[in-house]
Design a protein around this ligand. Sequence first.
Ligand code: RB5
Length: 155
Amino acid sequence: MPEKRTPIIIGSDHAAYDLKEKVKVFLVERGIDVEDVGSHSEDSVDYPDFGIKVASMVSGGKFERGILLCGTGIGMSMVANKFPHVRAALCTDLFSSIMSRRHNNSNILVLGGRVVGDILAMEIVKAWLETPFEGGRHQRRLEKFDRIDTAMTVS
Ligand code: RB5
């Protein structure tokens, strides 16, 4: 589990509503506080609205870690990675989930509800929660992300 059971902010669109609900149960059963920004049903919605809610909170430091879900996970990844300090990782397998933490210090996990089955999704979430960032040369590389954020900031 993450250090100090870091609270998780979570959001999805209609296409991954069902998986979001299951991930929430998985987190709560492990004693993790979950802030759910929606959506709250399978009615059609626009995924950017929910991606923006989660990514802005992680970007601004209100939450250390978040989880986003949509049909493929692609749209949510695109939205989330527009935000400074967000390192969103779309993971469809266990290895990517582990490496996104070890090497990329991913702070948003993205899942595709129409891509991964429930059991694999939970394994991906568990590994993502439990795997620490390795730091070292990877920290140096991530610091180069900050330069992009600075360069892209319009004054
Ligand atoms: C919704 O139909 C779908 O486009 C969305 O969930 C997602 O897959 C977008 O990337």
